[in-house]
Design a protein around this ligand. Structure first.
Ligand code: FAD
Ligand code: MG
Length: 348
């Protein structure tokens, strides 16, 4: 894989404001940006056959089909996305993940096979990242209030809750597809991997329907399917961490080899709040319980599988540039783009 470094001027001042998920405004803005995205980066001459946008998985999901489009495929996609949401969301009390969390320290819980497989993959990524990616981060996410009203907790609260964050305390039984969290108060959070899984499921539905040209965007988890017009690579914009949503700091060219590829970014800019003039984002160090602070603003992974790209972008963001790079280099067929605080962009 090639290497080059591009020195960029530092972009404008950091965005101000509170918690970033303001549904109606951001959704409309997102739709506008998505249209810009397709026409500028999908290829200026491509015609969108059919496109549908819905709010699922706590984010804006847009599926655009460029040929052989039919409404049923879009329906099937959003039925599947809602199914995944209902199984894996921590915000839905009856989901498999919520049931596992409610039974932490008490009993093992029988879950859907897909949920079981995804948790097993999350454990795999925890292992290969040395625990930087940890699906038991739930109690820390909840303590900081990222699912409702965020604020900076007391150090004693963080210390108490950190004892519950440990992926080796997940017990998986593949024969019975049951999951057990050893300690009461533990909680799974699949927010860093499930959107990728959902994007792979979406790509499967689209390709199985014989559609050879499409783009999926599940809140920043991008999948490009098949060939771009004139057999050219797709061009996917990487969000400028310091810019407005939809402004790109870099554009990567992605070839799919007739199948699909995914481009996923994890960054400090995606979800955050400000308190006493300081910014706190949603990706946590499982060893300190604080939002990760290193020289990185974002990590983008380009891979033939969106679940891999999702998990690895979060893992590498937590690991930091040097150790993260070692992990990337140990995996065949993936590329990465690092955006640093000083504006430098590095690609592998
Ligand atoms: P990523 O880097 O991919 O993931 C960051 C997220 O992973 C954090 O938000 C946290 O949840 C978790 N995390 C933090 N640190 C770590 C770590 N060290 N290791 C592993 N995981 C970590 N959001 C809502 O506001 N409302 C909803 O109803 C809602 N429902 C959802 C349902 C599902 C099934 C999923 C998957 C997500 C849902 N979300 C919801 C969350 C939402 O869309 C998140 O913003 C998203 O999953 C985070 O993705 P990202 O690409 O921004 O960042
Ligand atoms: Mg992720």
């Amino acid at each position: 894989m090639g290497y080059h470094e591009i020195k960029r001027p530092r972009a404008g001042a950091l965005r101000r404001g509170g918690f970033v998920y303001k549904f109606s405004f951001s959704f409309i803005l997102f739709l506008i940006c998505h249209i810009i995205f397709i026409f500028y980066f999908g290829s200026c001459t491509q015609k969108v056959n059919l496109s549908r946008a819905e709010f699922v998985l706590g984010t804006n999901c847009v599926v655009s089909l460029f040929e052989n489009a039919n409404v049923q495929v879009l329906k099937d996609v959003f039925v599947r996305l809602r199914e995944i949401d209902n199984l894996m969301s921590v915000n839905i009390p009856a989901s498999d993940v919520s049931r596992i969390n409610a039974a932490a320290g008490v009993e093992s819980v029988k879950v859907n096979e897909d949920v079981f497989e995804l948790i097993a993959m999350a454990v795999y990524f925890a292992e290969i990242s040395g625990g930087a990616f940890d699906p038991t981060i739930g109690p820390i996410v909840n303590l900081w209030g990222f699912n409702n009203n965020p604020s900076v907790p007391l150090q004693e609260e963080i210390d108490a809750v950190l004892k519950l964050v440990n992926w080796t305390d997940i017990v998986l039984d593949s024969d019975s597809t049951t999951v057990f969290l050893k300690k009461p108060g533990m909680a799974l959070d699949l927010g860093a991997i499930a959107k990728g899984y959902a994007a792979d499921e979406t790509a499967k539905i689209i390709t199985n329907a014989g559609i050879n040209r499409a783009i999926v965007n599940l809140g920043g988890n991008i999948v490009v399917i098949g060939k771009n017009k004139d057999d050219r690579p797709w061009r996917v914009g990487i969000q400028d961490p310091n810019g407005e949503r939809g402004s790109y700091i870099e554009v990567v060219e992605v070839s799919t080899n007739d199948s699909y590829m995914s481009v996923v970014t994890s960054g400090a800019y995606e979800r955050f709040f400000e308190q006493d003039g300081k910014r706190y984002h949603h990706i946590f160090s499982p060893s300190t319980g604080y939002p990760v602070k290193n020289e990185l603003l974002s990590v983008t992974i380009i891979a033939p599988n969106s679940m891999y790209a999702d998990a690895l972008s979060t893992a590498v963001f937590v690991m930091g540039y040097e150790i993260g790079l070692e992990l990337i280099e140990s995996i065949e067929g993936i590329e990465a783009v690092f955006v640093f605080e000083d504006g430098v962009i590095t690609k592998f």
